[in-house]
Unconditional design. Structure first.
Length: 239
């Protein structure tokens, strides 16, 4: 299994905040030349396209909530990572890397950063523009002013921020929530969890404000998301 690039050392709590910022900037300068050219949108797995009316638009914010939100966030990043984009994971060092790889994320293009709350905003800001997708799981309340500054930077630099625990103030551009979640594969106290069927509802701002919903397996039996076919209505029989 490929390994992500761990940048935990750049946020060593024993370092001065100024030193941490310098090191984060060095990291972002190193990764920035590898970012994709500025297409308006980033690639998405086919199973997720209906949840994004405008596509995965550069400069946007996405919030995901509910049971299975981390798996959904990883699925959002999967297609872009396999076509050359770098993905930064901020504040979630215990991310299930095996699950990330199964869902399709290219681990060799993943950076893992775990900053202290006091330097969280600076860490995220340094990565915006250096990588295409920033996955965040803030363990503190993100202030409105922080969110406004980061949103402005995202629009200017063209990165996408995905908040994996739904804690993004003032509402994200695309808002997704796993409202139903059921695992399958266990039977009578034995067996292995094989797949999880979820229902994802969507909302947001602008074109993304239109309510929408998708039923999928996340993960499917092979790890990747799979759409659940819509059952055709039964035809009435004539007596």
């Amino acid at each position: 299994m490929a390994s992500p690039v761990s940048l935990l050392s750049v946020v060593d709590p024993d370092e001065a905040i100024a030193d941490r910022r310098v090191r984060l900037q060095l990291v972002s300068d190193r990764v920035a030349p590898m970012a994709l050219a500025r297409e308006r949108t980033l690639p998405l797995l086919a199973e997720l396209i209906d949840l994004f009316p405008e596509g995965l638009r550069r400069g946007s914010t996405v919030s995901v909530a509910g049971s299975g939100s981390t798996a959904l966030a990883l699925a959002i990043a999967a297609a872009a990572s396999t076509t050359g984009s770098w993905v930064a994971v901020v504040g979630d060092p215990d991310l299930g890397l095996a699950a990330a790889e199964e869902v399709g994320v290219a681990l060799q293009r993943v950076l893992v950063v775990d900053p202290e709350p006091s330097s969280w905003s600076a860490a995220v800001a340094a990565l915006v523009g250096a990588v295409d997708i920033v996955l965040v799981a803030p363990r503190h309340r993100v202030r409105d002013a922080e969110a406004r500054r980061l949103s402005a930077r995202l629009r200017a630099r063209g990165s996408v921020l995905v908040c994996t625990n739904g804690r993004w103030p003032r509402g994200a551009d695309v808002q997704l929530e796993v409202v139903e979640s059921k695992w399958s594969g266990l039977g009578r106290g034995h067996g292995v969890l094989q797949s999880r069927r979820v229902t994802v509802n969507g909302g947001g701002r602008g074109a993304s404000a239109r309510p929408r919903s998708a039923d999928m397996l996340l993960p499917g039996p092979l790890g990747r998301p799979e759409l659940v076919p819509v059952e055709a209505p039964a035809l009435a029989t004539q007596g």
